[in-house]
Write a protein that binds this ligand. Structure first.
Ligand code: FAD
Ligand code: SIN
Length: 573
């Protein structure tokens, strides 16, 4: 049996396996009667892109050559991790550099788990992607003012050469604005701000008496600011929802990073991979009023030194590359020193460099730190590690296709195999550009050859849910998940800590699901449900990997094991 199921049957399945408030059915009678009651807004489009960071916007610009694109984004369009990116985009542009060297550096950081085919593809496509951005009008820093062909290349940890294309220390802002300007003028692209995707619309079929398998995705539901749920029906759906740093209490990520796309894809039945590899950035500003301000690795690339409170340098004792060791090593070294000393932070010192150089190269960091009373030209910056980048995500092939038909995932939400067990600095923006390009090409072909008929739209139902008068449940659970994830599933893990985290997430997940069913949805509730799902996925992957590799470090299995030289792939059963 195939197609949209009758109301009752699917209702049972959904309650049993994927609690959510809609029914994937269409019975004409029910539809008509419900349509009278429910304010239903329906959109039809060729491509639905969820997310307006570098991945979603790049995809949209290219896909718009072959069809209409709707972009939904849960805050203002520019609000994304992309906007806050500092260091830059890694790409082989210097005459003394080579693709082989960038490939080797990526593989070394990835600790044996990178997909070499993807690494080669992404690295080799880098220069073309940078030139496309320049043609769009993005202004990168150059050695000679006005000479875009002679780019100034920065250095970051794990890279053997200077290859980081940047716009001083506000690279993300420059790229995001360039892409948004291009979108603004485009007749085939419509952006819907303040629309949060709730769940994907998955077309299912029975594969046995007690299980269903989702075959295709045809769009998504989205909640707007007036609490109306809209239906976006599309031939191709692209998850470009970014990362999940907000699963941890200390993070460099903006508030949007709640892993929504990963959680939605998981609920729809897509394969998810390598969630144990959460990258912790070594240096976020430590200040009571600074929520999540990153101090770019490029500072260490320009000679900044890590020091303890008494000015002792410590990185050389941890790795021969000292401050320029790969990020996982630097973050663990800081964690080790903090646990040993009991101090609250370490210090990053660039004050030995010329003040003029510092202000010109890092204007954003200089000014922000000054706002917090730290003059980085004269004194060291207090820093701590924080959750920064999820290397795992929705498993895709080399064109960004997920394991479900018509569903693509690109950018940080995806797991392409580029990063393996640890991402090399500044490879994320690069990956997003390259994969958006391939996904747009593949999706355009799919649009041409696939069925031209969109299915009938399922109805969003609230089924007696009422407005909550206990919002405290959301804030309580929000804090709890993020705190135990930091303490038990953070930089250093153990079997006991993972067990504790497992017990807590099981309890919290059932409490959150109960709440989800009883009360009307809000964006806070949706994000809470998603961080809980992502936390569970991280714990599950971490529990399965009985070794330490890259970003996953478990004191009960301190070494690498050949047995685990593979991705961790999970799929709902
Ligand atoms: P994002 O840019 O995060 O965009 C995600 C979009 O999805 C947002 O628009 C968001 O609102 C939207 N969204 C999410 N959920 C929903 C939903 N349910 N419904 C609707 N919309 C939704 N990488 C580098 O390579 N170089 C760097 O220098 C660098 N610096 C960084 C500095 C900081 C402070 C941070 C946080 C990250 C940095 N990174 C860097 C990582 C890099 O910025 C991100 O991995 C990358 O920008 C992700 O791009 P994206 O398009 O996948 O997601
Ligand atoms: C940074 O600027 O340190 C962040 C770079 C990255 O995350 O790749």
């Amino acid at each position: 049996m195939e197609g949209f199921f009758n109301f009752k049957k699917i209702d049972n399945f959904r309650v049993l396996f994927y609690p959510c408030k809609y029914t994937v059915h269409i019975s004409v009678e029910v539809t008509i009667s419900l349509k009278k009651e429910v304010k239903l807004l329906e959109y039809k489009t060729d491509f639905l892109v969820i997310g307006s960071g570098i991945a979603g916007l790049s995809f949209a610009i290219k896909a718009a050559r072959t069809g209409n694109v709707a972009i939904i984004t849960k805050r203002m369009a520019r609000e994304s991790a992309t906007y806050y990116a500092q260091g830059g985009i890694a790409s082989v542009l210097a005459p003394e550099d080579s693709f082989e060297s960038h490939i080797d550096d990526t593989l070394n950081a990835g600790a044996g788990l990178c997909n070499k085919k993807i690494v080669k593809k992404v690295v080799r496509s880098g220069p073309a992607m940078i030139h496309e951005l320049i043609e769009l009008g993005v202004q990168f820093s150059s050695n000679l003012e006005g000479h875009t062909e002679e780019l100034n290349l920065g250095r970051e940890g794990g890279h053997s050469e200077r290859r980081i294309v940047h716009a001083k220390d506000i690279t993300g802002r420059a790229v995001e604005q360039g892409l948004l300007d291009a979108i603004d003028k485009h007749p085939n692209i419509t952006v819907y701000e303040d629309f949060i995707a709730v769940d994907l619309f998955a077309h299912s079929k029975f594969v046995g008496p007690t299980s269903i398998e989702n075959e295709e995705v045809w769009g998504a539901y989205a909640l707007d600011k007036t609490d109306t749920v809209h239906t976006f029906l599309s031939h191709i759906t692209v998850l470009a929802t970014g990362g999940a740093g907000k699963v941890y209490i200390y993070t460099s990520n903006p508030d949007i990073a709640t892993g929504d796309g990963i959680a939605m894809a998981y609920r729809a039945g897509a394969e998810i991979a390598n969630m144990e590899f959460m990258q912790f950035h070594p240096t976020c500003l430590y200040h009571p009023e600074a929520k999540n301000f990153l101090i770019t690795e490029a500072l260490r690339g320009e000679g900044a030194l890590l020091k303890l409170k008494d000015s002792t340098e410590f990185m050389r004792a941890h790795h021969k590359k000292a401050e320029l060791a790969p990020r996982d090593i630097v973050a663990r070294a800081i964690d080790f020193e903090l646990k040993k000393s009991g101090d609250e932070c370490v210090y990053l010192d660039i004050s030995h460099r010329d003040a003029g150089f510092i202000k010109d190269r890092f204007p954003n960091i200089y000014n922000r730190c000054l706002d917090y009373g730290v003059d980085i030209t004269k004194e060291p910056i207090p820093v701590v590690p924080a959750a920064h980048y999820i290397c795992g995500g929705i498993k895709t092939d080399e064109c960004g296709r997920s394991s479900i038909k018509r569903l693509y995932a690109i950018g940080e939400a995806a797991s392409t195999g580029l990063h393996g067990a640890n991402r090399l600095a500044s490879n994320s923006l690069l990956e997003a550009l390259v994969m958006a390009d391939s996904a747009a090409e593949s999706a355009a072909k799919e649009l041409k050859t696939g069925s031209s008929k969109l299915p009938v739209i399922p109805i969003w139902e609230t089924r007696g849910a009422v407005t909550s008068d206990e919002a405290v449940v959301i804030s309580q659970n929000w804090d709890e998940v993020r705190r135990f994830m930091w303490n038990y599933v953070g930089i250093v893990r153990s079997n006991k800590r993972l067990e504790r985290a497992r017990r807590r997430i099981t309890l919290l997940e059932s409490e959150i699901n109960e709440y989800y069913w009883d009360f009307k949805i809000t964006s806070d509730l949706l994000e809470l449900r998603n961080i809980a799902t992502v936390a569970k996925l991280i714990i599950t992957c971490a529990e399965t990997r009985h070794e330490s590799r890259g970003l996953h470090y478990n004191i009960d299995y301190p070494g690498r094991s050949e047995e685990f030289l593979h991705d961790t792939v999970i799929k709902p059963t």
